[in-house]
Write a protein that binds this ligand. Structure first.
Ligand SMILES: *Cc1c(COP(=O)(O)O)cnc(C)c1O
Length: 418
């Protein structure tokens, strides 16, 4: 006989709801406070000039992220969505181009491609929830210019196989590392494999400044294009403000500049990231060891168990019905779990499936001599796996007790319903 589930009136595993993890912001302490206050006291919130000497906080963050990721150049920007647009434009992606993105990613990856004037092509995932390198080739046609790889929820992509495919088809590679800052694949940091890497510091991500992002690259030309696009075509460190003797390849840009306050807090947060990852991985090990042998549960494959952030645990159940039932029962036990993106590939949202953009006449989907066709079945593995996968995240406020609550909650629910 299994224990009576909380959803059926039994006693829940936890008396209180599991705290929601917001890793970076929950780790705020005196360091972040001092960092922000220093900028405010100096009256110098803008990175290039102001009423008193510039402290160089955005620059300092860029240097520390370059060192941490292992790249030559980093540019701080206002968000990861901004960083994706900047990276795509730096890479030369524009109107009439297609960009391959995985079926399992946040909507921002697709939105950034459209903002760059291009259209997304959805590539299926495998049992790691990341892009299936074997399916990239079939997504390529004469319009395809770039590929965005997305390490999902701390799980790195198999970047060696992805880079090999990209080389075959002459694609620029951008890594959207929004969810996985600090993850590594075969000892190398996510974001350092492709032509450009993009990062987020929004509230849900590994480190947080509320909003914020960064673009990394080893290529000085791409870096220069990124700097120009993010700052009205300017490259102030070299040419000053609105220089008239600018380089030949100057162009009009936008404003995605990082503030000094963001830069200062980001530097303080980055120092805490290795400790956070160590904490998450320790707790995830307790959870995985406790649940991996439960019959009916299949753990989502981690592409490099040595390199994951450990912030998320995912397991696949036999059917969608069982998955929904399982999640409702777990939540009633006060053990928080959910289906990622509502249990569907991201292209199922009406904006993408309906190719709806802010522009009239379906721009940029109308820039091809063929119709762009999206169907629910275009990525069958994502459609199947996302519907029946349980996801939950671990936070800095979680300890061994919360890890054991997950183990016991999942065991209890599995015994009753699987
Ligand atoms: C959160 C997220 C983004 C967008 O990041 P923002 O900083 O909020 O713009 C992009 N891609 C993925 C995969 C994300 O999870």
């Amino acid at each position: 006989m299994s224990e009576k589930l909380a959803i059926n009136g039994g006693t829940p595993i936890r008396s209180e709801v599991m705290p929601s993890p917001y890793p970076g912001a929950s780790a705020y302490g005196q360091e972040e406070i001092d960092a922000a206050v220093e900028v405010l006291k100096a009256k110098s919130p803008f990175r290039y000039y102001g009423p008193s000497a510039v402290l160089g906080k955005a620059k300092e963050f860029e240097k520390s992220l370059s060192t941490y990721i292992g790249v030559n150049h980093t540019l701080g920007v206002t968000s990861c969505t901004a960083s994706l647009v900047v990276a795509l434009k730096a890479a030369g992606v524009g109107i009439g181009d297609k960009v391959i993105i995985p079926a399992c990613t946040f909507i921002a990856t697709a939105g950034a491609v459209v903002a760059a004037g291009a259209v997304p092509v959805f590539c299926d995932i495998d049992d790691s929830f990341t892009i299936d390198p074997k399916k990239i080739g079939a997504c390529v046609d004469k319009y395809t210019k770039a590929l965005i790889a997305v390490p999902i929820l701390g799980n790195p992509c198999r970047m060696d196989e992805i880079m090999e495919e990209a080389k075959k088809y002459n694609l620029m590679v951008i890594e959207d590392v929004a969810q996985s800052m600090g993850s590594t694949y075969k000892g190398k940091k996510s974001g350092s494999f492709g032509d450009l890497g993009c990062f987020s510091m929004q509230i849900n991500k590994m480190i947080s400044t509320g909003e914020g992002g960064a673009v990394c690259t080893n290529d000085p030309k791409l870096y220069e294009r990124a700097v120009r696009y993010h700052d009205h075509g300017m490259f102030r460190e070299r040419e000053g403000f609105l220089s008239t003797n600018a380089a030949d390849d100057i162009f009009l840009g936008q404003n995605y500049r990082m503030s000094e306050i963001t830069g200062a807090i980001a530097t303080a947060q980055l120092k805490k990231l290795p400790g956070m990852i160590e904490h998450f991985r320790k707790l995830k090990k307790i959870i995985v060891d406790g649940i991996k042998d439960i019959p009916g549960i299949q753990m989502v494959r981690v592409n490099d168990p040595e390199g994951e952030c450990g912030c998320t645990t995912q397991f696949i159940l036999p059917t969608e019905e069982k998955c929904k039932e399982f999640i409702d029962a777990l939540n009633a036990e006060n053990v928080r779990a959910f289906r990622l993106y509502g249990g569907q590939p991201i292209y199922m949202v009406p904006q993408i499936m309906g190719k709806r953009t802010v522009d009239p006449n379906g721009f940029p989907f109308n820039q091809f001599d063929e119709e762009i066709v999206y169907t629910p079945e275009m990525c069958p593995v994502a459609l199947d796996l996302m519907a029946r996968t349980v996801t939950f995240t671990i936070g800095v406020e979680h300890g061994e007790q919360e890890a054991m609550d997950y183990v016991n909650g999942i065991k209890k629910v599995a015994a009753a319903i699987l």
